[in-house]
Ligand binder design. Structure first.
Ligand SMILES: [Zn+2]
Length: 339
C-alpha cells in the first residue's frame, strides 16, 4: 500500500464520474469524542396495523395490499414522475425546462415488517433480485422509459418514512445526472480501450487486495478507491454485464449473497440497523447496445463513528468537494474483520 495515501492529505479521482474527493487521513488520528453513545435498537413487530406496506393493509388511496408472501410491487401512490403528463419544453432566454415522464414503483422486499435485507436469507433476497430483473425488463421495454433507477433508502436518518423493508424504482425518459456522468466516462474509456472501465478497475483491485471486503465466484464487494461516504461500498459483477438481466439464476443467488454479507457486516459495525441509500447503476433502456456499461450497486451509508454520529455533507463539501477522513483502506479493514 502507498504509505503517503495513509498519512497525507490528497485528492482521489472517481473514474466513474470524473470528479474528485478530498482525503485527509491525518484527521482520522484525532482523538474521538462521544463515540460510544447508547443506541435504542427498537424491536419492531412482524406486522404493524398502521403500516401502509404490510400485507392486507389499506393504503392512503384506498387500495388494499394483497396477502403477499415474498415480494410485492405496486405503482407509487404519490409518484414523482407520471406517464400521462403532457410533453412540453420551455426556452425563455436563459430559462430552460423540459417535461419529464416516468413510472415510479414501490418494491416490498418481505411481508415481515420487522426485517431488513440484513435479516433476510440469500434465497429470500434472490426473489427481490428476480423482481428487479422483471421490472427492469418490463419498464425498459416501454417506449417512454429510457432509464430505470432501482434504489433503497433505509433508516429514519436517511429520511425514510416507513421502516417496512422496501425499495423503489423510478423510471424515466432521460438519464439522471449521476447516470449521465457514468455513461460518459464509461463510453469514453470503452471507445479508447475496447474494454470495460469497471472490469479493468476490478482486475487492479483484485490484484492489490487492499479494498476488497468479500468475493464469491461472480461478485466482488469492495470500497471504491474514490469512496466519499465513510463506509461506502460497491458490489460489482466479475463478468462484464451491462445490466442485471445478464445474470442467470445462480448468479442472482451469488449477488443476493453479496448483498447479505455486506448488509450483515454493516449492522455489526455499530451494532445498529445500519442506515444507507443503495442503488443500482446500469445501462439505459434506450434501445442501444450500451456495451460500455458495467452494472454495479453502490451503498452510501452516512454513519461515521457510531450509530449516532453521522457525516454531514456541509461547508466545504457544499462549496468545494466531498471530503473524508478515514481512508477507504482502513474502512475496508474494519468491515473485513466483521465478516
Ligand atoms: Zn409493514
Amino acid at each position: 500500500m502507498n504509505a503517503d495515501l495513509q498519512d497525507y492529505s490528497h485528492k482521489r479521482y472517481n473514474i466513474l464520474t470524473g470528479e474528485w474527493v478530498l482525503v485527509s487521513p491525518h484527521r482520522a488520528k484525532r482523538p474521538w469524542q462521544g463515540q460510544n453513545e447508547a443506541v435504542s435498537n427498537e424491536v419492531r413487530p412482524s406486522y404493524d396495523a398502521s403500516c401502509y406496506l404490510c400485507a392486507g393493509n389499506t393504503r392512503i388511496n384506498g387500495e388494499v395490499n394483497p396477502k403477499y408472501e415474498d415480494v410485492y410491487i405496486f405503482t407509487n401512490d404519490f409518484a414523482a414522475l407520471q406517464s400521462d403528463s403532457p410533453s412540453f419544453s420551455v426556452t425563455d432566454g436563459l430559462l430552460v425546462a423540459q417535461s419529464e415522464k416516468g413510472i415510479c414503483k414501490v418494491v416490498c422486499f418481505s411481508p415481515d415488517h420487522s426485517k431488513s435485507l440484513a435479516d433476510m436469507a440469500p434465497d429470500e433476497i434472490q426473489k427481490v433480485v428476480f423482481a428487479w430483473q422483471r421490472e427492469y425488463e418490463e419498464l425498459g421495454s416501454n417506449d417512454l422509459i429510457n432509464y430505470v433507477q432501482i434504489f433503497e433508502n433505509k433508516g429514519a436518518v436517511m429520511g425514510c418514512s416507513n421502516p417496512h423493508p422496501h425499495g423503489q424504482i423510478w423510471s424515466q425518459s432521460t438519464l439522471p445526472n449521476e447516470v449521465d456522468k457514468k455513461n460518459t466516462q464509461q463510453l469514453n474509456y470503452y471507445k479508447e480501450n475496447n474494454s470495460s472501465l469497471l472490469g479493468d478497475y476490478l482486475k487492479q483491485e483484485l490484484e492489490k487486495d487492499e479494498r476488497i471486503i468479500f468475493q464469491n465466484d461472480a461478485f466482488v464487494v469492495l470500497i471504491p478507491f474514490w469512496a466519499v461516504w465513510p463506509f461506502e461500498a460497491m458490489i460489482v459483477p466479475k463478468k462484464h454485464q451491462s445490466n442485471i438481466l445478464s445474470m442467470d439464476t445462480e448468479e442472482a443467488l451469488l449477488y443476493a449473497e453479496a448483498i447479505s454479507v455486506l448488509t450483515k457486516a454493516y449492522d455489526k459495525l455499530f451494532n445498529t440497523s445500519f442506515p444507507y441509500s443503495s442503488g443500482i447503476h446500469q445501462a439505459p433502456t434506450n434501445g442501444e447496445a450500451n456495451d460500455h456499461w458495467h452494472w454495479h450497486m453502490s451503498f452510501y451509508p452516512p454513519l461515521l463513528r457510531s450509530a449516532t454520529v453521522k457525516k454531514f455533507m456541509v461547508g466545504y463539501e457544499m462549496f468545494g468537494s466531498p471530503q473524508r477522513d478515514i481512508t477507504a483502506e482502513i474502512a475496508t479493514q474494519r468491515l473485513r474483520e466483521l465478516l
